[in-house]
Design a protein around this ligand. Structure first.
Ligand code: SF4
Ligand code: SF4
Length: 360
Protein backbone atom coordinates (compact mmCIF):
# COMPACT_ATOMS: atom_id res chain seq x y z
CA UNK A 1 0.00 0.00 0.00
CA UNK A 2 0.96 3.65 -0.26
CA UNK A 3 1.62 5.90 2.75
CA UNK A 4 2.07 9.65 2.75
CA UNK A 5 4.22 10.38 5.77
CA UNK A 6 3.70 13.98 6.90
CA UNK A 7 7.13 15.01 8.18
CA UNK A 8 5.94 18.43 9.35
CA UNK A 9 2.88 20.57 8.80
CA UNK A 10 5.09 23.63 8.43
CA UNK A 11 5.81 25.10 5.01
CA UNK A 12 8.31 27.67 3.76
CA UNK A 13 6.02 29.05 1.03
CA UNK A 14 2.63 30.76 1.10
CA UNK A 15 1.06 29.51 -2.11
CA UNK A 16 -2.25 31.15 -2.96
CA UNK A 17 -4.29 27.94 -2.99
CA UNK A 18 -2.87 26.52 0.22
CA UNK A 19 -1.81 29.27 2.58
CA UNK A 20 1.33 27.62 3.91
CA UNK A 21 0.74 24.24 5.55
CA UNK A 22 -1.75 23.44 8.29
CA UNK A 23 -1.92 24.97 11.75
CA UNK A 24 -3.66 22.14 13.58
CA UNK A 25 -1.46 20.55 16.21
CA UNK A 26 0.71 18.63 16.44
CA UNK A 27 2.81 20.03 13.63
CA UNK A 28 5.86 17.87 14.30
CA UNK A 29 6.33 14.11 14.47
CA UNK A 30 5.63 12.54 17.87
CA UNK A 31 6.27 8.87 17.10
CA UNK A 32 9.64 7.19 16.69
CA UNK A 33 10.99 5.93 13.39
CA UNK A 34 11.02 2.45 14.95
CA UNK A 35 7.27 2.71 15.68
CA UNK A 36 6.49 3.73 12.11
CA UNK A 37 8.85 1.04 10.84
CA UNK A 38 7.08 -1.70 12.79
CA UNK A 39 3.72 -0.58 11.35
CA UNK A 40 5.11 -0.53 7.79
CA UNK A 41 6.87 -3.88 8.13
CA UNK A 42 3.44 -5.50 8.34
CA UNK A 43 2.97 -4.47 4.68
CA UNK A 44 4.96 -6.61 2.23
CA UNK A 45 5.28 -3.85 -0.36
CA UNK A 46 5.02 -0.38 1.19
CA UNK A 47 5.52 2.81 -0.78
CA UNK A 48 6.50 5.68 1.51
CA UNK A 49 5.92 9.18 0.18
CA UNK A 50 7.42 12.04 2.17
CA UNK A 51 4.94 14.87 2.39
CA UNK A 52 4.18 17.99 4.40
CA UNK A 53 3.78 20.97 4.83
CA UNK A 54 7.15 20.93 3.14
CA UNK A 55 8.94 17.66 3.91
CA UNK A 56 12.42 18.96 3.11
CA UNK A 57 12.22 21.31 6.08
CA UNK A 58 12.88 18.03 7.94
CA UNK A 59 15.37 16.54 5.50
CA UNK A 60 17.35 14.93 8.36
CA UNK A 61 14.25 13.05 9.54
CA UNK A 62 13.53 11.94 5.98
CA UNK A 63 17.04 10.60 5.49
CA UNK A 64 17.00 8.82 8.87
CA UNK A 65 13.70 7.16 7.94
CA UNK A 66 15.15 6.05 4.60
CA UNK A 67 17.99 4.37 6.50
CA UNK A 68 15.69 2.47 8.83
CA UNK A 69 12.41 1.81 7.10
CA UNK A 70 11.39 -0.67 4.43
CA UNK A 71 9.80 0.27 1.13
CA UNK A 72 10.09 2.30 -2.01
CA UNK A 73 10.51 6.00 -1.43
CA UNK A 74 8.80 8.95 -3.08
CA UNK A 75 9.19 12.63 -2.29
CA UNK A 76 6.61 15.33 -2.92
CA UNK A 77 8.18 18.74 -2.48
CA UNK A 78 7.93 22.38 -3.45
CA UNK A 79 11.54 22.01 -4.65
CA UNK A 80 13.02 24.93 -2.72
CA UNK A 81 15.32 22.74 -0.60
CA UNK A 82 15.99 19.88 -3.02
CA UNK A 83 19.65 20.89 -2.91
CA UNK A 84 19.73 19.74 0.74
CA UNK A 85 19.11 16.07 -0.07
CA UNK A 86 22.38 14.14 0.05
CA UNK A 87 23.24 12.35 -3.22
CA UNK A 88 23.11 8.84 -1.69
CA UNK A 89 19.49 9.49 -0.65
CA UNK A 90 18.60 10.93 -4.05
CA UNK A 91 19.55 7.62 -5.58
CA UNK A 92 17.19 5.80 -3.17
CA UNK A 93 14.15 7.83 -4.28
CA UNK A 94 12.00 6.20 -6.97
CA UNK A 95 10.01 9.32 -7.78
CA UNK A 96 10.28 13.00 -7.00
CA UNK A 97 7.15 15.08 -7.50
CA UNK A 98 7.95 18.78 -7.68
CA UNK A 99 5.30 21.47 -7.44
CA UNK A 100 5.51 23.83 -10.40
CA UNK A 101 2.55 25.32 -12.21
CA UNK A 102 3.95 25.97 -15.70
CA UNK A 103 5.76 29.05 -16.91
CA UNK A 104 7.76 31.31 -14.62
CA UNK A 105 5.00 33.91 -14.64
CA UNK A 106 2.25 31.45 -13.72
CA UNK A 107 4.33 29.63 -11.08
CA UNK A 108 5.58 32.78 -9.37
CA UNK A 109 2.13 34.37 -9.40
CA UNK A 110 0.72 31.46 -7.35
CA UNK A 111 3.75 30.39 -5.34
CA UNK A 112 5.87 33.49 -4.86
CA UNK A 113 8.54 35.48 -6.67
CA UNK A 114 11.68 33.53 -7.53
CA UNK A 115 10.13 30.09 -6.90
CA UNK A 116 10.24 28.98 -10.55
CA UNK A 117 13.89 29.85 -10.98
CA UNK A 118 14.88 28.09 -7.74
CA UNK A 119 12.88 24.96 -8.59
CA UNK A 120 14.37 24.71 -12.09
CA UNK A 121 17.89 25.17 -10.71
CA UNK A 122 17.35 22.46 -8.08
CA UNK A 123 15.78 20.01 -10.52
CA UNK A 124 18.83 20.36 -12.78
CA UNK A 125 21.06 19.94 -9.73
CA UNK A 126 19.51 16.66 -8.52
CA UNK A 127 19.91 15.20 -12.01
CA UNK A 128 23.59 16.15 -11.97
CA UNK A 129 23.90 14.62 -8.50
CA UNK A 130 22.65 11.29 -9.72
CA UNK A 131 18.88 11.18 -9.33
CA UNK A 132 17.80 8.69 -12.01
CA UNK A 133 14.20 8.13 -10.97
CA UNK A 134 10.96 9.55 -12.29
CA UNK A 135 10.81 13.33 -12.07
CA UNK A 136 7.23 14.59 -12.13
CA UNK A 137 6.11 18.19 -12.48
CA UNK A 138 2.99 18.57 -10.32
CA UNK A 139 0.86 21.46 -11.44
CA UNK A 140 -1.95 23.03 -9.47
CA UNK A 141 -4.22 24.54 -12.09
CA UNK A 142 -5.74 27.75 -10.78
CA UNK A 143 -8.64 29.52 -12.46
CA UNK A 144 -7.34 31.50 -15.42
CA UNK A 145 -4.49 29.10 -16.25
CA UNK A 146 -3.94 28.33 -19.94
CA UNK A 147 -3.62 24.57 -19.57
CA UNK A 148 -2.17 23.89 -22.99
CA UNK A 149 0.52 26.56 -22.84
CA UNK A 150 1.63 25.55 -19.34
CA UNK A 151 1.68 21.77 -19.81
CA UNK A 152 3.54 22.24 -23.10
CA UNK A 153 6.01 24.60 -21.45
CA UNK A 154 6.92 22.03 -18.79
CA UNK A 155 7.28 19.21 -21.30
CA UNK A 156 9.35 21.35 -23.66
CA UNK A 157 11.71 22.27 -20.83
CA UNK A 158 13.04 18.71 -20.96
CA UNK A 159 13.44 18.76 -17.17
CA UNK A 160 10.64 16.35 -16.31
CA UNK A 161 9.74 12.80 -17.26
CA UNK A 162 6.07 13.42 -16.58
CA UNK A 163 3.67 16.29 -16.04
CA UNK A 164 0.64 15.81 -13.82
CA UNK A 165 -1.98 18.39 -12.97
CA UNK A 166 -4.96 18.82 -10.69
CA UNK A 167 -7.50 21.61 -10.59
CA UNK A 168 -7.22 23.97 -7.65
CA UNK A 169 -9.88 22.94 -5.09
CA UNK A 170 -10.43 26.52 -4.04
CA UNK A 171 -12.27 27.62 -7.15
CA UNK A 172 -15.07 25.12 -6.52
CA UNK A 173 -15.62 25.96 -2.85
CA UNK A 174 -18.74 27.76 -1.72
CA UNK A 175 -18.55 31.46 -2.59
CA UNK A 176 -15.85 32.86 -0.38
CA UNK A 177 -12.38 34.26 -0.41
CA UNK A 178 -11.20 32.06 -3.27
CA UNK A 179 -14.10 32.43 -5.65
CA UNK A 180 -13.50 34.63 -8.65
CA UNK A 181 -16.21 35.40 -11.20
CA UNK A 182 -16.15 33.78 -14.62
CA UNK A 183 -15.55 30.19 -13.58
CA UNK A 184 -17.97 28.71 -16.15
CA UNK A 185 -16.20 30.58 -18.93
CA UNK A 186 -12.81 29.44 -17.68
CA UNK A 187 -13.94 25.79 -17.44
CA UNK A 188 -15.04 26.01 -21.09
CA UNK A 189 -11.59 27.37 -22.04
CA UNK A 190 -9.87 24.70 -19.98
CA UNK A 191 -11.88 21.98 -21.76
CA UNK A 192 -10.97 23.42 -25.11
CA UNK A 193 -7.29 23.39 -24.06
CA UNK A 194 -7.66 19.72 -23.09
CA UNK A 195 -9.08 18.92 -26.56
CA UNK A 196 -6.12 20.58 -28.16
CA UNK A 197 -3.62 18.84 -25.87
CA UNK A 198 -5.15 15.42 -26.56
CA UNK A 199 -4.90 16.06 -30.32
CA UNK A 200 -1.27 17.06 -30.08
CA UNK A 201 -0.49 14.13 -27.74
CA UNK A 202 -1.87 11.63 -30.25
CA UNK A 203 -0.25 13.42 -33.22
CA UNK A 204 3.11 13.14 -31.47
CA UNK A 205 2.65 9.36 -31.21
CA UNK A 206 2.15 9.22 -34.97
CA UNK A 207 4.94 11.67 -35.78
CA UNK A 208 7.67 10.40 -33.46
CA UNK A 209 6.39 7.14 -31.96
CA UNK A 210 6.52 8.85 -28.58
CA UNK A 211 3.97 8.85 -25.77
CA UNK A 212 4.54 12.19 -24.10
CA UNK A 213 4.41 12.10 -20.33
CA UNK A 214 1.03 13.70 -19.70
CA UNK A 215 -0.04 11.67 -16.69
CA UNK A 216 -3.85 12.18 -16.82
CA UNK A 217 -3.95 11.11 -20.48
CA UNK A 218 -1.70 8.10 -19.99
CA UNK A 219 -3.63 6.78 -17.00
CA UNK A 220 -7.07 7.13 -18.57
CA UNK A 221 -5.93 5.82 -21.97
CA UNK A 222 -4.50 2.74 -20.25
CA UNK A 223 -7.98 1.97 -18.88
CA UNK A 224 -9.58 2.58 -22.27
CA UNK A 225 -7.09 0.25 -23.97
CA UNK A 226 -7.19 -2.50 -21.36
CA UNK A 227 -10.88 -2.26 -20.47
CA UNK A 228 -10.00 -2.60 -16.80
CA UNK A 229 -12.39 -0.87 -14.44
CA UNK A 230 -10.89 1.99 -12.46
CA UNK A 231 -11.43 2.53 -8.76
CA UNK A 232 -10.65 5.84 -7.09
CA UNK A 233 -7.31 6.39 -8.75
CA UNK A 234 -5.51 8.20 -5.95
CA UNK A 235 -6.37 5.16 -3.82
CA UNK A 236 -7.54 7.21 -0.82
CA UNK A 237 -9.32 4.96 1.65
CA UNK A 238 -8.53 1.92 -0.51
CA UNK A 239 -4.79 1.35 -0.49
CA UNK A 240 -3.45 4.85 0.10
CA UNK A 241 -3.25 6.49 3.53
CA UNK A 242 -1.54 9.37 5.27
CA UNK A 243 0.29 9.14 8.55
CA UNK A 244 -0.16 12.31 10.60
CA UNK A 245 2.59 13.60 12.91
CA UNK A 246 0.87 12.04 15.96
CA UNK A 247 0.56 8.64 14.29
CA UNK A 248 -3.12 8.87 13.37
CA UNK A 249 -3.99 7.63 9.90
CA UNK A 250 -6.03 9.70 7.45
CA UNK A 251 -7.56 8.50 4.19
CA UNK A 252 -6.15 11.52 2.37
CA UNK A 253 -3.25 13.93 2.96
CA UNK A 254 -5.37 17.00 2.20
CA UNK A 255 -8.45 16.31 4.35
CA UNK A 256 -6.55 15.64 7.59
CA UNK A 257 -8.59 18.22 9.54
CA UNK A 258 -11.95 16.61 8.67
CA UNK A 259 -13.49 13.99 10.99
CA UNK A 260 -14.40 11.58 8.18
CA UNK A 261 -10.76 11.43 7.23
CA UNK A 262 -9.31 9.84 10.36
CA UNK A 263 -9.66 6.07 10.16
CA UNK A 264 -7.05 4.65 12.49
CA UNK A 265 -3.56 4.92 13.88
CA UNK A 266 -0.18 3.27 13.40
CA UNK A 267 -0.39 2.14 17.05
CA UNK A 268 -3.78 0.41 16.84
CA UNK A 269 -4.16 -0.70 13.24
CA UNK A 270 -2.40 -3.00 10.84
CA UNK A 271 -2.14 -1.96 7.18
CA UNK A 272 -4.45 -4.85 6.23
CA UNK A 273 -7.17 -3.60 8.59
CA UNK A 274 -7.21 -0.23 6.78
CA UNK A 275 -7.58 -1.52 3.24
CA UNK A 276 -10.86 -0.46 1.56
CA UNK A 277 -12.03 1.36 4.68
CA UNK A 278 -13.70 4.18 2.68
CA UNK A 279 -15.17 4.52 -0.80
CA UNK A 280 -16.83 7.30 -2.78
CA UNK A 281 -20.63 7.60 -2.72
CA UNK A 282 -23.08 9.43 -4.94
CA UNK A 283 -23.00 11.12 -7.36
CA UNK A 284 -19.90 9.11 -8.30
CA UNK A 285 -21.29 5.67 -7.45
CA UNK A 286 -24.18 6.14 -9.88
CA UNK A 287 -22.21 8.01 -12.57
CA UNK A 288 -22.12 6.49 -16.04
CA UNK A 289 -18.34 6.95 -16.33
CA UNK A 290 -17.35 5.75 -12.85
CA UNK A 291 -15.50 2.77 -14.37
CA UNK A 292 -13.17 5.14 -16.22
CA UNK A 293 -13.06 8.08 -13.84
CA UNK A 294 -12.92 6.04 -10.66
CA UNK A 295 -14.55 8.83 -8.64
CA UNK A 296 -11.83 11.52 -8.87
CA UNK A 297 -11.57 12.63 -5.21
CA UNK A 298 -12.81 11.15 -1.93
CA UNK A 299 -12.30 14.47 -0.13
CA UNK A 300 -14.56 16.37 -2.53
CA UNK A 301 -17.07 13.52 -2.57
CA UNK A 302 -17.36 13.69 1.24
CA UNK A 303 -17.38 17.49 1.37
CA UNK A 304 -20.06 18.29 -1.16
CA UNK A 305 -21.80 20.58 1.33
CA UNK A 306 -18.76 22.86 1.22
CA UNK A 307 -18.77 23.29 -2.55
CA UNK A 308 -20.44 26.08 -4.44
CA UNK A 309 -23.85 25.04 -5.71
CA UNK A 310 -22.64 24.04 -9.16
CA UNK A 311 -19.18 23.00 -7.89
CA UNK A 312 -19.44 19.24 -8.31
CA UNK A 313 -21.04 19.43 -11.72
CA UNK A 314 -18.40 21.93 -12.87
CA UNK A 315 -15.62 19.57 -11.79
CA UNK A 316 -17.36 16.66 -13.51
CA UNK A 317 -17.75 18.70 -16.69
CA UNK A 318 -13.98 18.72 -16.91
CA UNK A 319 -13.65 15.00 -16.14
CA UNK A 320 -16.35 14.00 -18.62
CA UNK A 321 -14.80 16.16 -21.31
CA UNK A 322 -11.36 14.67 -20.80
CA UNK A 323 -12.74 11.12 -20.88
CA UNK A 324 -14.80 11.88 -24.03
CA UNK A 325 -11.76 13.25 -25.86
CA UNK A 326 -9.64 10.26 -24.90
CA UNK A 327 -12.40 7.81 -25.85
CA UNK A 328 -12.54 9.42 -29.28
CA UNK A 329 -8.76 9.15 -29.59
CA UNK A 330 -8.63 5.54 -28.40
CA UNK A 331 -9.13 3.82 -31.81
CA UNK A 332 -6.18 5.76 -33.26
CA UNK A 333 -3.99 4.96 -30.28
CA UNK A 334 -5.03 1.31 -30.38
CA UNK A 335 -4.06 1.15 -34.07
CA UNK A 336 -0.67 2.73 -33.28
CA UNK A 337 -0.10 0.03 -30.64
CA UNK A 338 -1.15 -2.75 -33.03
CA UNK A 339 1.24 -1.47 -35.70
CA UNK A 340 4.16 -1.04 -33.31
CA UNK A 341 4.21 2.75 -33.52
CA UNK A 342 3.91 2.84 -29.72
CA UNK A 343 3.91 0.05 -27.14
CA UNK A 344 1.05 -0.85 -24.82
CA UNK A 345 3.61 -0.79 -22.02
CA UNK A 346 4.05 2.96 -22.67
CA UNK A 347 0.66 3.39 -21.00
CA UNK A 348 1.48 1.35 -17.88
CA UNK A 349 2.05 4.35 -15.70
CA UNK A 350 2.56 4.71 -12.86
CA UNK A 351 3.97 1.24 -12.28
CA UNK A 352 3.12 1.73 -8.61
CA UNK A 353 0.96 4.41 -6.99
CA UNK A 354 3.36 7.35 -6.83
CA UNK A 355 0.91 9.97 -5.63
CA UNK A 356 -0.34 11.05 -9.07
CA UNK A 357 -4.14 10.97 -8.81
CA UNK A 358 -4.51 10.65 -12.62
CA UNK A 359 -7.85 12.48 -12.84
CA UNK A 360 -7.22 16.22 -12.79
S1 SF4 B 1 -17.25 12.20 -13.52
FE1 SF4 B 1 -17.77 13.17 -11.57
S2 SF4 B 1 -19.55 12.05 -10.80
FE2 SF4 B 1 -18.60 10.81 -12.41
S3 SF4 B 1 -17.29 9.41 -11.30
FE3 SF4 B 1 -16.03 11.17 -11.94
S4 SF4 B 1 -16.09 12.64 -10.22
FE4 SF4 B 1 -17.71 11.12 -9.91
S1 SF4 C 1 -7.64 13.16 -5.10
FE1 SF4 C 1 -8.81 13.90 -3.33
S2 SF4 C 1 -9.01 12.13 -1.98
FE2 SF4 C 1 -7.39 11.67 -3.44
S3 SF4 C 1 -5.49 12.32 -2.41
FE3 SF4 C 1 -6.17 14.06 -3.64
S4 SF4 C 1 -7.42 15.29 -2.25
FE4 SF4 C 1 -7.22 13.27 -1.32
Amino acid sequence: MHYHVILTKECNLLCKYCGGGSDTPPKEIQYSTAELGSFLRQDRNPVVEFYGGEPLLRVGTMQAMMDEMPGRFVLQTNGIHLDRVEPRYLSKLSTVLVSIDGTEEVTDRQRGKGVYERVVRNVELIRRRGFRGDLVARMTVAQGTDIKENVRHLLRSGLFDHVHWQLDFGMFWEAGEYTEPGIQEWVAKYNSGISSLVDSWVDEMERAGRVEGMVPFIGVMESLLSGEKARLRCGSGLDFFSVLPDGRVSVCPVSVDFDFSIVGSIFRNTPASLRDVATVGDPCSSCDIIDVCGGRCLFVNRSQHLLRQDGYSLICTTVKHLVKELREAQPRVKAFAEHGVVKLSDFKYPVFNNGCEIIP
